[in-house]
Write a protein that binds this ligand. Structure first.
Ligand SMILES: CC(C)(COP(=O)(O)OP(=O)(O)OC[C@H]1O[C@@H](n2cnc3c(N)ncnc32)[C@H](O)[C@@H]1OP(=O)(O)O)[C@@H](O)C(=O)NCCC(=O)NCCSC(=O)C[C@](C)(O)C(=O)O
Length: 289
């Protein structure tokens, strides 16, 4: 399927190399709200303890004035991120290496860099992938290295190709149901300072972006899976990668699944009888063969 939007790839690729550095403090307040929002087991965390895996998606997020947000609620493109002229943004996937604990109470710095931009033709239309690398540091300590894949998609048109019906995802060796509600999506948007309207503005999500309901955040699914992996193994993973394969929506039950695969665990989310929504792999460095 060919997009009707002209895309100047050379111009967009000139964003490669652009950097942004933002600072934050891992507050006890954030850690407690994160624990409550995700309904993590055990007592709320305390200052000086390691924070739960993937809390860093909430840290050092850009804070542009409200007037500088685009129609979709994200900061207008053309600043740190390239002005890709496709309107529908999604979080497509990522790869995270944990080098050391993020300690509640410590100051952190996130250094982000645009490292790639590619145009692809997918079953759902034209796609532009932007890859961003993040380094989370505290003083001279490297805490987390992350690759983030963002995808921009064509506007919804009557011509959008019908999607093939994917097979239902299987049930994992370990599984857990999570009720997805608008308040959960709202709380996660607030924790990550993400004003993307597909997660809280149903009229916009359905009427403008063409989804059937509010969309569940990719980073929220990744965080639920990564914390499940930590619970199963009794220790946080040192490496976690994930890919969002199909969207899931509010008012669904989201099942978190996990199965051992040698020294790794394969994880995935799905709604009842639905296809894989997100697939992921968790690894532990001291378990490598
Ligand atoms: C991404 C969609 C549109 C592509 O769907 P498609 O059917 O059009 O693509 P395809 O035909 O399967 O594949 C086309 C090409 O794209 C690649 N590709 C395909 N998928 C991926 C992926 N995930 N990551 C990396 N690459 C991917 C794929 O490998 C292939 O490359 P090739 O031509 O070189 O072989 C589709 O898979 C989809 O809808 N996935 C679910 C996305 C989702 O629900 N994300 C979370 C919610 S959005 C969100 O959290 C937002 C947030 C937090 O507010 C925020 O803005 O940051």
């Amino acid at each position: 399927m060919t997009s009707k939007v002209a895309i100047d790839l050379d111009f967009l690729r000139s964003w490669i190399g652009r950097e942004q550095t933002l600072e934050d403090v891992v507050t006890l307040d954030l850690a407690r709200k994160f624990h409550a929002t995700l309904e993590l087991p055990g007592p709320p965390p305390e200052r000086g303890q390691p924070a739960a895996p993937l809390i860093h998606f909430c840290l050092a997020q850009p804070a542009v004035p409200t007037a500088e947000l685009a129609e979709d609620g994200h900061p207008a493109k053309g600043g740190f991120l390239p002005p890709v002229p496709l309107p529908r943004r999604m979080w497509a996937g990522g790869d995270v290496t944990f080098h050391g604990p993020i300690v509640i109470g410590e100051a952190v710095r996130r250094v982000s860099r645009v490292v790639d931009l590619r145009s692809k033709s997918g079953r759902s239309g034209h796609l532009v992938f932007v890859t961003v690398e993040h380094r989370l540091e505290s003083g001279s300590r490297l805490l987390v290295q992350e690759r983030q894949d963002i995808v921009y998609r064509d506007a919804v048109t009557g011509e959008t190709a019908p999607q093939p019906v994917a097979d239902p995802a299987g049930v994992g060796q370990e599984h857990q149901d999570v009720a997805i509600s608008p308040p959960l999506l709202f709380r996660y948007s607030a924790l990550t300072f993400n004003s993307h309207r597909i997660h809280y503005d149903r009229d916009y999500a359905v009427g403008v972006e063409g989804y059937r309901d509010l969309v569940v955040h990719g980073p929220l699914q990744a965080t639920l899976l990564c914390n499940l992996a930590a619970r199963i193994k009794g220790k946080p993973a040192t490496h976690f990668s994930f890919r969002a394969q199909s969207p899931v929506f509010a008012d669904d039950i989201l099942t978190l699944n996990a199965s051992a695969d040698g020294a790794e665990w394969r994880l995935w989310t799905c709604r009842p009888d639905g296809p894989v929504a997100m697939s992921a792999t968790a690894r532990w460095a001291d378990d490598a063969e």
